[in-house]
Structures are given as C-alpha cells and as structure tokens.
Design a protein around this ligand. Sequence first.
Ligand SMILES: C[S@@+](CC[C@H](N)C(=O)[O-])C[C@H]1O[C@@H](n2cnc3c(N)ncnc32)[C@H](O)[C@@H]1O
Length: 290
Amino acid sequence: MQTSQTVTDNVTGKGSETGEDAALPPAYGYLDIDADTARDASRRYWDDAAADYQAEHGEFLGDSDFCWSPEGLRESDLRLLGDVAGRTVLEVGCGGAQCARWLHGQGARVVAFDLSSGQLAQARAYAASTGIDVPLVQADAMALPFADACVDVACSAFGAVPFVADSGAVMREVARVLRPGGRWVFSTTHPFVWCLPDDPDDTGLRIYHSYFDRRAYTEHDEQGHAIYTETHRTIGDRVREIVAAGLVLHDIIEPEWPKDQDRTWGQWGPRRGEYVPSTSIFVTSRPPAG
Ligand SMILES: C[S@@+](CC[C@H](N)C(=O)[O-])C[C@H]1O[C@@H](n2cnc3c(N)ncnc32)[C@H](O)[C@@H]1O
C-alpha cells in the first residue's frame, strides 16, 4: 500500500524537485521508467522497508488474515475468491504472506511469491511464530516462474501491481498460469489517488496532479539511483489491460470508508474516505475452456 510518504519529507510526498547536480535525476518526481529500473527500485525499497512495514501494519493485517486494503476489508467477509478449499491458489506480491496463511487455513493449497527477500524473510518469521508454513518463492510478477494453467485462483492485496512499470505484463502472466475458469482478484491504489496529495488530512483533499499523467512517481538517492517507484493507470487503462490479457472483468469494487475505522495508513484515512475511494479491487477470471 502506498508508502512514499515515509520516504520523502515534503508536504505532498508527490512533489517534484530538481537535484543539485543537473546531471542527476530529480530527488523525486514523475518520470518515464523502464521495467528493470522499477524492479530494482522496488526490490531495494521493500528489502529495506520490510521490517518497518510489518512492525507498523502487521497487527492491523493480522498474522494469518486476508486484508484487502487499508479500509480493513477482509476476505472472510467479502468472499471474492469463492470457496478455496482444495484449490491451488497463488498469492502475488505476498509481503509477509498473511493472506496465504489465511488461505491455507481455508483448505487451499497455496504458493506465495514476492520480489523482495526482505519481505520473504518476514514471511518466514511469521511462519515460525504461527506454525503455518506455506511455500514461498522469490519472483517478479512480470515474469512468473510457473507453468501454464497450473493455478485455480490468483490473488493480490496491493502486491506488485502498484509498483511495476508494465502492469499489463502482470495481467498476461497471471492469465497464463490460471486454469480456464480460474479467478484473479487484486486490490490496488484507486486511480483517482494519483491526482491527490499524499496526506490523509485536509491537505489531501485537493486535486494537484493530472489523472492523465502515466509517468511513474520516482525517488532517487544522491547517486541518482531510483529507490522507490509507484506507477499509475487510469480506470480505462486497467480495464484495457485486463481485457487484452484475455480475462473477463466481473467487478471493480471501490470501497467506502467504514464508519468504525479511524486508523490511517499513509494517505488512506476517514477524512478523504468520506469523499472518494482510495482502493480499487478488480474481480476477473479466465474464460472457461471451450
Ligand atoms: C504494499 S506491499 C503488500 C504486501 C502484502 N500483500 C500486504 O498486504 O501486506 C507490496 C508488495 O509487493 C511486492 N512487489 C513489488 N514489486 C513486485 C514485483 N515486481 N513482483 C512481485 N512482488 C512485488 C513488494 O516486495 C511488497 O512486498
């Protein structure tokens, strides 16, 4: 879930600043970014941030629970994946693999993967503390090391999709590994969030950036290496990527902020949640054979 606020120390967390050295990219700003740069930045960022991320959000997520979003939506209530008992399920961008452990408890055969060895180390620590050990793989969501048509269900709670340079490639890869009739459900940042400052309070309630700007929000270190990237697709882009991958789109869930939830998560919070969604959940499937 969006974390740029923790990296930059500026009002919006999404501003643009020219580096002191004109030969270097800006400290933060919007850039066209290639897949390798985004992958390297994400791996480095999540390796460094994994322990802090779990310390800050682990209790809210639950060590073996399936939380779709900072609104606190749980799969135990939504049941977007259907009955997973006996099904082979792939968790994409699993972080600490909380969702995978919950799915295991529902009787699924689960494999969870993530790009970051730091996040996978956290997942192993949770496996030790909970006694629930699901298979973990280190992989990039844009190039899955799995056979065609080998999983019944794929899912992701803010894993990979908000960070990759080409989310269309993720849709194609997931479609490839899904069996005909299989379901792919993923939550990601709501596209409208791209327009808003990274702030859960009143500062976050104004449009300051173009919805149509598809360049990646990127942060660089003093040597000019990308250390954080986040990417944007409009609602139409997401629909086109899903359809182009041969998937059927069943629903786009835009959750309202729950009345009893006052915890903020980065720019997600009750103040903005009164007016606009910050999460979108896409419910898709691969068409049945024949
Ligand atoms: C916001 S965390 C979400 C993790 C977990 N699903 C949760 O709800 O806590 C995003 C995760 O996506 C992973 N990620 C980023 N880019 C990825 C990629 N290209 N392939 C696989 N995982 C990726 C990160 O390492 C990180 O663990």
